[in-house]
Design a protein around this ligand. Structure first.
Ligand code: C5P
Length: 205
């Protein structure tokens, strides 16, 4: 089978993961969440993070219900990665070139054959520059903070502070900062229901 790759990049809380899950459930895509790969590294290596430890890291994956699950020592990590604490750590380690290159290689290894939707910050601008379709999904900061506070059951202020901090780190870092990929279709989801974003994306497929 030839590869068919759709990338969805954008800041935290823009709805990327939800849309990818819908495409995986309804439209035959396999979903790779590159943010989860960064989160796994942050979770597994914690404070003792170093290039040497990353080189020795045994991170694996398996496919289940069209989702890529991340596995270490036989344990599925996906459900352990959603806290803002891990998100902030992921955003910090994501500034290192050697971490980014580990994640990029890992994602490319998974998406070598099939129909994939991949979300992240640089899926279309760097990891999969040859993707058939690229989207950039965004929304106003306050709206994204509201969504995350509901999703994670945390207070709005905590969510807003975390989003502002991560947006800054993600867009100002030297190595592959968050940008709108060349040729990407830009969608602002601030005033759209998730079903409307899904329909809009489907209209391009
Ligand atoms: O998307 P998610 O919020 O799970 O990503 C966690 C962190 O990982 C982001 O804040 C970002 O710093 C980093 N990330 C990245 N590049 C990607 C995906 C995520 O730098 N492609």
């Amino acid at each position: 089978m030839a590869n068919f790759i759709v990338t969805i990049d954008g800041p935290s809380g823009s709805g990327k993961s939800t849309i990818c899950k819908m495409l995986a459930k309804n439209d035959g895509f396999i979903h790779i969440d590159t943010g989860k790969i960064y989160r796994s590294i942050a979770y597994l290596l914690g404070e003792t993070f170093s290039q040497d430890k990353l080189n020795k890291l045994k991170l694996d994956f398996k496919l289940q219900d069209s989702q890529i699950l991340l596995v270490a020592n036989g344990k599925i990590l996906n459900d352990l990665l959603s806290s803002e604490y891990i998100a902030k750590k992921a955003s910090l380690i994501a500034q290192k070139e050697f971490v980014r290159s580990f994640v990029n290689d890992f994602a490319r290894k998974i998406a070598y054959n099939g129909k994939f939707v991949i979300d992240g910050r640089d899926a279309g601008s760097l990891i999969f520059t040859n993707a058939q379709l690229k989207f950039f999904l965004t929304a106003k900061t306050e709206e994204r903070a509201k969504r995350r506070s509901i999703e994670l059951s945390i207070n709005y202020k905590e969510s807003l502070d975390s989003i502002i901090q991560r947006d800054k780190q993600d867009s100002e870092r030297k190595v592959s900062p968050l940008v709108v990929p060349k040729g990407a279709i830009k969608i602002d989801s601030s005033n759209l229901a998730i079903e409307e974003v899904y329909s809009l994306i489907k209209s391009y497929l």
